[in-house]
Design a protein around this ligand. Structure first.
Ligand SMILES: [Zn+2]
Length: 179
């Protein structure tokens, strides 16, 4: 069991495009284990994408299912592709493990169709709506180097990054902030 450190903005790896998985080998199995262990270790995390632990491959783990209930272990999505999205959109607040203590209103299609490969190298597809669809789109954005911050104006983005950096600074007594 390996819990990996989660990269925090403005780490450059978070804004790069991840590569498709081409080999279902031991290194992919290790990545899947790391994603699951790291996500389970985060009390408030619903999803985690490979670039968030520094691996630029198109893989993410999600802790909720179509019924918005928790799934255990988290589901693994490999080489996902959104094949259809609803014209109708919905706005809701989103947070991100790579942008601590920040919540941003994001407008997204209400429902999507997603095709992907599962961890057993089987092709899958699913229809998603509501929170499940929102989480799939959020994690899929990570694979394209797109963060919540990219949906803000440049000024608001700089302020948000500064706020995160400030919150991560150790306190005067040398102990890290409890947040
Ligand atoms: Zn995120």
């Amino acid at each position: 069991m390996t819990i990996k450190p989660i990269l925090i903005v403005p780490d450059r790896r978070l804004t790069q495009t991840s590569q498709p998985v081409s080999a279902f080998d031991a290194s992919l199995t290790a990545l899947i284990d790391d994603l699951r262990d790291t996500l389970i270790d985060c009390d408030n995390g619903i999803g985690l994408a490979a670039p968030q632990i520094g691996v630029l491959l198109r893989v993410f783990a999600l802790r909720i299912g179509p019924d918005e209930q928790e799934v255990s272990p988290p589901t693994i999505f490999i080489n996902p592709a959104i094949t259809h999205h609803d014209e109708q959109t919905e706005t809701a607040q989103e947070g991100c493990l790579s942008i601590p203590d920040t919540f941003i209103d994001i407008t997204r299609p209400q429902s999507i169709q997603l095709s992907y490969t599962d961890e057993h190298n089987q092709p899958q597809s699913c229809s998603a709506r509501g929170l499940f669809a929102r989480c799939l789109q959020h994690e899929n954005d990570h694979l394209n180097g797109v963060l919540l911050l990219h949906r803000l104006s440049p000024l608001k983005r700089r302020l948000a990054v500064r706020k995160v950096q400030k919150s991560l600074k150790p306190k005067k007594n040398g102990r890290p902030s409890p947040k």
